[in-house]
Design a protein around this ligand. Structure first.
Ligand code: SF4
Ligand code: FES
Length: 249
């Protein structure tokens, strides 16, 4: 495949940045999208040019690092896949592909396609810990009966990989799908209920402090989420937050 790539190049956080065009040829349809960028970067290095900076780690849809906008869609075309799981067969020979970083105030661009997603880490930290009673009456977690539907909902929420596609896709740059998933994965289970009230208040407070926008129920986040995290998690977080707000500390 022969392609034209229009890639956002930005030297640093303070650089203005711009789209730069690259021509690339002999790309196999079986390559992953990141392998295609690897090929481009090898060519740039051979020419003595600065390779395109992009984030990646697992390259199998687990770590959430490979975040980028491709042709105006978070993680590119297709549903339920991260950029590293996207293959070049999703494109046609002769295509022009636009590649940009996440655009959100709370995710400043560090370089090219790499953004700073440490705001997510601070939200998780604000959630604190799950306490475990070890004073002689510890219950084996497997001995606590949990309804299948509840266990499934908690597991589904826990599949969030923190990629940030929900924020990048949302017109308000809201992080509520991410935070809703992180709140739900703990608050649904008995072990996570002990600190649930404090946790939801602290995580929402940190989310607001980081500069993420509010949710206006457009649902774009759910559509673009590579892990299919449901809007139900936002509704659950809102309910938990309301209860926590009227409860005594
Ligand atoms: S909710 Fe989905 S889109 Fe948002 S961070 Fe988690 S996995 Fe990524
Ligand atoms: S590199 Fe880990 S999810 Fe893509």
């Amino acid at each position: 495949m022969n392609l034209t790539l229009k890639i956002w190049r930005q030297k640093s956080k303070d650089d203005k940045g711009q789209m730069v065009e690259y021509k690339i040829s002999d790309i196999s349809p079986e390559m992953s999208f990141l392998e295609m960028i690897d090929v481009l970067n090898n060519q740039l290095i051979e020419k003595g040019e600065d390779p395109v900076a992009f984030d990646h780690d697992c390259r199998e849809g687990i770590c959430g690092a490979c975040s980028m906008y491709i042709n105006g869609e978070a993680h590119g075309p297709g549903r339920g896949v991260t950029t590293c799981q996207l293959h070049m067969r999703s494109f046609k020979d002769g295509d022009t592909i636009y590649i940009e970083p996440w655009r959100a105030k709370a995710f400043p661009v560090i370089k090219d396609l790499v953004v700073d997603r440490s705001a997510f880490d601070r939200i998780i930290q604000a959630g604190g810990f799950v306490s475990v009673n070890t004073l002689g009456n510890t219950l084996d977690a497997n001995a606590i009966p949990i309804e299948k539907s509840v266990a499934d909902a908690a597991f589904d929420a826990a599949t969030c990989i923190g990629c940030g596609a929900c924020v990048a896709t949302c017109k308000n740059s809201s992080a509520m799908l991410f935070v809703g998933a992180k709140v739900s994965q703990l608050s649904l289970l008995p072990q996570g209920k002990v600190e649930a009230t404090k946790r939801v208040k602290n995580m929402v407070k940190q989310m607001d402090k980081e500069g993420f926008g509010n949710c206006t129920n457009t649902g774009a986040c759910e559509v673009e989420c590579p892990k299919g995290i449901s809007l139900e998690n936002i509704a659950r977080m809102n309910r938990d937050y309301l209860v926590a707000s009227v409860a005594a500390d």
